[in-house]
Write a new protein. Sequence first.
Length: 363
Amino acid sequence: MDLEITVTPRETLVWAPSATEAERLRRGLSDDGYLVLDAVPFELTEAGLIPEGEHSEFDSTRIFNVTTGPNANATLHALTDDGHRLIWHRLQTKRLARKVWGVTVAIPRKNQPRPGSTESATHFATTVRSTRGLGLRISRDTYATINKRVSTARWSRDDDPEFWDAVDWKYEDAEHRIHTDEWCEKHRERALANFDLNMAHFASLDRDEFEQALQEVVASNPGMVEVTDLAKWDGVGGLYIMVLDEYRQVYVGATNEWTGIAKRIRQHWTRQKHFDRLIWGDVESSILSIDSFRALDTTRIFALKSARSFESEDDLLKQFPAKYTLNRVMGGRNVARFATFAGLSYVMRLRDGDGAGEELDPS
């Protein structure tokens, strides 16, 4: 397997083609006594190796840190001894030597396909690429790829001893950071069942009624225009509607000019919902996250420039019949605060039902 490499003075990052492969390699190396740390983008950012607008390329679930010096030498040798080939990542524009820490690294030829990113297309006048082997359209085959690592914030038994003990069976480590194989298999079954229910819901929707609802919303919001060139919305704050015509669904979002509508939409296209956050509520009512869809699933975009986008986001969302929306929570900047004081049920949006489940994710 080809593995990509980036290096800074303080770390050596190994990029696997997928989260599943990264987890397998990480666990194998750790079990064999090699030093493997979680990856964070700080060092690459400080070194100026992540271009503006491409931070979503840094998916920590498929990257791990083997540090530097003798530790890196030993770990990288272990990978190459197992038959893996090391290649410089495209973000690495400096120090493209033939070896790093005494281990051979290939210099990729120009335009050579990269591991985990072989598809590309021109979409809304910008280039979009498949990342992590997910393709450019949502697929059941890649939707619920198991990743055992917990994505939620760290907590300890002291926070809630009774609940900690009740869910202990889900984890194989004392810190509750790695899910058991049993939990992952059960969660995957639940996630795929929910995926199928959502697809059945989409198929039941009338295309003409959906189009009428969309056009009524657009017409009732002066200044709302259809986007053809996404780059023109870089650094523009406001409201946006992502339209997924094949599924008769929309996603309503808001952003400030610091992020900009273009960057926010690209983030949706390149992110992947964490495996342990696929279910929001319960199997029967969980809405598929917009971050589970891929770039080419978005067929139209409408946008409205505004300096007060967050104040208007929920009002815009409520103009659509709920059956046509992918938003998992109410709109607005204060969603987290409302959830804290009024309860999670106050901000949750579910598909044809209510109630909450174990895996809650307000994103």
